[in-house]
Each structure stands twice: as C-alpha cells, then as structure tokens.
Design a protein around this ligand. Structure first.
Ligand code: 4AD
Length: 431
C-alpha cells in the first residue's frame, strides 16, 4: 500500500506541506506553460498544477497524460480559492502507472451503453456516491440491529422450494436433483428463531421476473428480519424504527452524496421518523377509487396504483390488512376478518411504492396445511417447514426489505438498476 494522502483530505490549512497523491485523471486543461490536472480518488477530487518552471520533466509528462489514466503525483499544498476545493497541489513529480489515450465513456453516452460498460462506469464519482450511500445504509442497519439485540444468520441460497410463488423461481440442475435460487430467506429465518428468537440476514434473492419495470431486478439484496413472540403490530414498529434509523444516519454521514442526487430536496427523508402513517387496504382502495382509479376490493395494487397512493404522503407509510387472495400462503389469517391476512407493506413516497413486505406468520399446523393446499402447492415439499408448527410453535412475524428499492428512493433514482454494482435484469447478465 502506498503512503498516500486522500484527495479530500488535502485542506488549505496544509499550505506548504508536501503530499503524495494517487488516483485517476478526472479533468485536464492546459493554459500557457501550465497543465492543470484534477485528480480523483475514492474520497473526492483535488486540483494539481504542473508549471514548466517548477519541473520541466513533470510538466512534459503531465502534458501527455489522458483522462482516467492512473497516476501518482507529488507536490506542495497551496491554498487557492480559485481551485474547485479551495486548495491545490503544486506538483513537481508525476508517475504514470497507465496512460489512457481514450476513455470509452463520453458525456453523451446513452443509458444502455453505460450499462454495457458498467465495469468502466464505476469510475464515475456520481456512481461511487450511490455505492457509498448503499454501504452506509447497511452500516446503519447493522448498528441498529446490534444495539436492538438481533442475531445475524447466514441462510442457504440453493433451495428446494418456493417462498414467493413458483412462477418466479430460477431452476438449476443440482447433481441428479432440481434446485432453485432462493427468492427469500424467510422460511430458514423462521427455523432460526427457535434458537435465536430475533434474527436477520442479508442475502441475494432471485426472481425470474419478466416484468421490465423500474423497480424489478432478477437479483437483488434482501434484508430480512424474523422474530419470535411478535405480532404484526410489533414487527411494523421494528420496520419503522430500522428504516428511520437507516435514513437519518445516512443523512448524517452521507449528506454530500445524497445532495448530489436530491439537491436540497430532503424533506421526505427528514420526515422519515416514527410513527409512519398506517393505512388499511380498505382505506387505500377508497382513496384510489376517489381518484378515479379502476380498482375493486380484492385486487392487488400494482406499481401504478401505488404511485398514485404515494401522492397522499410525504414520508414512508404502511398499508396493512390485505385480502388473503393476493398474498402469500404463510401469512396468518386475520382472526377478526378471515377474508384478510395480517400483512403490511411499507411504501416509500414520491412515487416509489413498496420497499418492504412483511407479515405475521401462520403458526397453526392445520391452517398452514390448508393454505398450502389452497394455493395448489404440495405439503410434502414443505414438511420441514410444517415441522416448525409441530414442535414448540410460537407466534412470530418478519419482513423483507429490498435494499436497492430503498436506495433508489433515498437518491430519487429513476430505476433500481442504478442502485446495483452490476444489475441483473431479463436482458442483462453481462458484465
Ligand atoms: O414482498 P416480497 O416478495 O416478500 C418476501 O420475499 C418475504 N418472504 C420477505 C419476508 O417476509 N422475509 O419481497 C420483499 C421486498 C419487496 O418489498 C421489495 O422491496 C424487494 O423485496 N423485492 C425486489 N426488489 C427488486 N427486484 C425485485 N424483483 C424484487 N422483488 C422483491
């Protein structure tokens, strides 16, 4: 590891100090007998200036170097209000590790092209800002989970059955058997609560969704929590506390990066504090119908309906009490209204919609078997899962949060794919 100073750590107060910088050429311009190179690294940028009179050799090298070349630059710090960060480095040494004559990404590149060369697009500080926000959101989640007493567990990805419906399973050959890629760790987390009570995991989840929407990926990062002894209302409290902590902490640590995308439009993020509004499915249908949307009780809300509903709110909110027919087999029937299940989704405002799906789980053996058969699934495939209702069953609840969806809302991205390092969609498996 070279002993370098990060670009963003060079401050006007360091005037006169000698520094060694290492990074990539971000911008370059020549004025008379001077070459200005704005250098970039993971921390930010710093302007360096090469004057012929200071070092003829360094000046000649700097003249040659192209955008995105990797370089090590040495020089002396000088405060200068005209420089982008109010300070520059008067350079007398440059080592070109690799000179780049032509970088394939130019200003007018199309979105499709940027995805084709995603491996090079990751040079961009604006893309790096998204990844920093995503990392900080998970750092915040870990902080919250640790102080609230949740155990991290590591469930399998190769599985034998569906959690969220057979239609979106990715199938693969597993020696002489068939296996699937996990859609959700939920069933395994449910098994883990019998020893650990409050558990969470972060895993890739896979959905063979053909739907090309701005909120669907075929591979996404799924943050899931499951807890014994909690009912739906308890788990909703966990959800709002976790999400508000993730958002507030990221605002605190990554304001600069968030502002790169949102400018000063931070109202909904600042509003993300508990309690979040709670709207029943019945009320949601009334709101939609009053706005002229053609939707009947019992129908699922798609992205369009959710977008319209989010116009009523300036922070994340819950929709709870969904009809049984549109929700998964494992959700507990509402004892007060058997047409419904004890389920709640969390929706993000500003048109984004669902970021979390959660529910209380059916803990009664006979009821669960009945639901599995109703859904035309084979109880034989769920024997181990049904065992959990035979040996010390307890009330329990949990939820799954799509990390890319949350990041997409926090940064107001127009598609979840921009919240991933290398997006996977029906038409994209490379790079
Ligand atoms: O609502 P979903 O399907 O719920 C489950 O998978 C539960 N088994 C989770 C649980 O209770 N442990 O998915 C949960 C969340 C969604 O709210 C969404 O944020 C995200 O996962 N998600 C996707 N994100 C990107 N692309 C997709 N194709 C997604 N499908 C779900």
């Amino acid at each position: 590891m070279i002993d370098k100073v990060y670009c963003a750590d060079v401050t006007p107060e360091m005037e006169g100090k000698r520094v060694k910088l290492a990074g990539w050429v971000y911008r370059k311009r020549e004025v008379g007998k001077k070459v200005f190179i704005v250098l970039r690294d993971s921390s930010g940028i710093i302007q360096t200036i090469f004057k012929k009179e200071l070092s003829e050799e360094a000046y000649a090298e700097a003249k040659k170097v192209g955008i995105e070349s990797s370089v090590i630059i040495e020089g002396t710090v000088k405060a200068d209000p005209r420089a982008p960060t109010g300070v520059e480095v008067q350079a007398d040494k440059i080592q070109i590790l690799q000179n780049v004559d032509f970088f394939p990404i130019t200003k007018d590149a199309s979105e499709e092209f940027l995805l084709d060369v995603r491996h090079l697009h990751l040079h961009s500080p604006k893309v790096a800002a998204v990844m920093k926000v995503k990392a900080t959101m998970m750092q915040a989640a870990r902080e919250w989970l640790l102080q609230d007493g949740w155990y991290e567990v590591f469930p399998p990805i190769l599985v034998t059955g569906a959690v969220e419906g057979g239609a979106t399973l990715f199938k693969l050959k597993y020696f002489d058997k068939t296996a699937y890629l996990s859609q959700s760790a939920q069933l395994y987390l449910e098994a883990a609560i019998f020893g650990l009570e409050k558990v969470w995991s972060l895993t890739p989840s896979f959905r063979a969704e053909k739907s090309r929407t701005r909120r669907h990926l075929t591979e996404f990062w799924h943050l899931e929590l499951e807890a014994a002894w909690m009912d739906l209302w308890d788990i909703m409290k966990v959800e709002e506390e976790l999400v508000s902590y993730m958002v507030q902490r990221t605002l605190e640590l990554r304001k600069k990066e968030i502002e790169q995308y949102r400018k000063d439009d931070l109202k909904t993020l600042k509003n993300t504090v508990p309690p979040f509004p709670r709207v029943s499915y019945d009320e949601a249908i009334d709101i939609l119908q009053s706005k002229g949307v053609e939707i009947e009780w019992g129908e699922d809300m798609g992205a369009d309906e959710e977008r319209i509903l989010t116009q009523e709110f300036e922070a994340p909110f819950f929709v709870y009490g969904y009809p049984k027919g549109i929700k998964a087999f494992y959700m507990k029937e509402d004892p007060e209204d058997p047409r419904k299940v004890l389920a709640a989704d969390m929706l993000a405002p500003e048109g984004y919609g669902e970021v979390i799906g959660g529910s209380q789980r059916e803990d009664n053996y006979d009821k669960l078997v009945e639901r599995i058969i109703e859904e035309e699934m084979d109880p034989k495939n769920y024997e181990w899962y049904l065992d959990l209702r035979k040996y010390g069953s307890v009330p329990h609840s949990g939820f799954g949060l799509g990390l890319e969806r949350l990041v997409a809302w926090v940064l107001k991205l127009d598609h979840v794919r921009w919240a991933t390092l290398f997006p996977r969609t029906p038409s994209r498996l490379y790079p």
